[in-house]
Design a protein around this ligand. Structure first.
Ligand SMILES: [Mn+2]
Length: 296
């Protein structure tokens, strides 16, 4: 039988380096749905992906797949379950396959509580075409347009939240920005003009202290839709895939990133699985980065 993540699966949780879970949920997406199928499709495509990075390095870190978590629209239980199970393994890298972006309401709450328990300062780096800082959207405070507002309400400090790649706004979000002047916002137009290096330098020096623990919330619609068409709310004038990859791997190399979610990959909206392959290839580059960091 073919196996997902061939040659990359750990035999047991103890011998693993990366903990994976899926959250196949897209009921809080506003425009195009289909992200609930991403965990299944990403695992299936991994059957055909050899365990090497793009330079030909064999990948060595091992994945333990916890399977999928169930969710409902309000994430009543999910945050607690993720805190107690998924984030309780503090020595592992945490990888989440969404789901629409609303699943971050659960993951970011679980991550936050886990950091506070251990005296760490929780940080979110939100890579997305949209700020997702609406208080409510389509009459729901659990919409995929709301996770960053929920994170601030929960207690994340605005100066420890960074938004990268934004270019599609709701009017209410501009008002929220005014209330949080310390929130770091790097718009896609500026990143595309200045390149990724200055931004990476700035963030890695800001978060060089080990007291910080970083969760990267990566919405695939941050990429230009020409690279990632299979997503519910494509926005033109996006970031280059290679820039996002260098940003993520640079952050992992030089700061304390312990958690990453990839959301809004919607296989039913995709063309030849381009977007799923992009997500998967990005993860394989992340695994190589973890190999180097952990001296594998
Ligand atoms: Mn989003």
């Amino acid at each position: 039988m073919k196996e997902e993540f061939r040659d990359l699966l750990a035999e047991n949780i103890e011998s693993s380096d990366i903990l994976l879970c899926g959250i196949p949920f897209d009921k809080n997406a506003s425009v195009g749905k289909g992200a609930s199928l991403a965990p299944k499709v990403l695992r299936e495509l991994s059957y055909d992906l050899p365990a090497l990075d793009m330079k030909g390095n064999l990948l060595k870190s091992k994945i333990y797949d916890l399977g999928d978590y169930e969710a409902d629209e309000t994430f009543a239980n999910l945050a607690k379950v993720m805190e107690e199970e998924f984030y309780s393994y503090n020595d592992k890298f945490h990888l989440i396959f969404g789901g629409d972006h609303s699943i971050a309401i659960a993951s970011e709450k679980a991550f936050y509580n886990n950091c506070l328990k251990r005296g760490k300062e929780p940080v979110i780096i939100h890579i997305d075409a949209h700020p997702d800082i609406c208080d409510s959207y389509h009459n729901s405070i659990y919409s995929h347009a709301c996770p960053i507002k929920r994170a601030l309400d929960l207690g994340y400090k605005d100066y420890n939240v960074t938004l990268i790649g934004v270019r599609g706004f709701e009017a209410q979000e501009i008002e929220t920005f005014k209330k949080h002047p310390l929130l770091d916002v790097y718009k896609a137009c500026d990143v595309n003009k200045l390149g990724i290096e200055p931004l990476l330098l700035l963030l890695t020096s800001k978060y060089k202290d080990d007291k910080y623990e970083i969760h990267i919330s990566y919405d695939i619609d941050a990429n230009d839709p020409s690279f990632a068409p299979g997503t519910g709310t494509p926005e033109a004038f996006g970031l280059l895939s290679i820039d996002i990859l260098n940003l993520i791997t640079g952050l992992i190399s030089h700061s304390n990133v312990t958690s990453l979610e990839i959301v809004e990959v919607a296989p039913p909206l995709d063309v030849n699985n381009i977007t799923s392959w992009l997500a998967l290839k990005t993860i394989y580059e992340i695994i190589h980065t973890l190999d180097i960091k952990n001296k594998k």
